[in-house]
Design a protein around this ligand. Structure first.
Ligand SMILES: [Zn+2]
Length: 101
């Protein structure tokens, strides 16, 4: 199963999948993931296997990293943030929100 980073902003005319949850979250937050951000929305950047980048908070970067095969933390991300993301992602199932986590 291959998924890509597809976090393009939702057009204003499109109905939101989960109204009210997509507001004010970082770009790394998956549309289906109802969890809130932790910390700055640009704390880290994730690069998928195709080279596409998305910036986000530590929490959501870890959550998308867990489900993106071949993705990594951008090398410019501070080591402390990168370690936090990798260690969190290691504890998460892919697409954790699909099973209610
Ligand atoms: Zn976030």
């Amino acid at each position: 199963m291959e998924r890509r980073l597809d976090h393009a902003p939702t057009p204003p005319t499109a109905p939101a999948a989960t109204p009210g949850t997509a507001q004010g979250r970082c770009a790394a937050a998956a549309a289906q993931d109802p969890t809130r951000c932790e910390g700055p929305h640009d704390a880290a950047t994730i690069v998928d296997r195709h080279g596409k980048e998305v910036a986000g908070c530590i929490h959501h970067c870890a959550r998308i990293l867990a489900g993106l095969d071949g993705a990594r933390v951008h090398p410019f991300v501070p080591a402390a943030h990168a370690l936090e993301i990798y260690s969190r992602a290691r504890e998460l199932p892919p697409f954790a929100w699909e099973i209610g986590r």
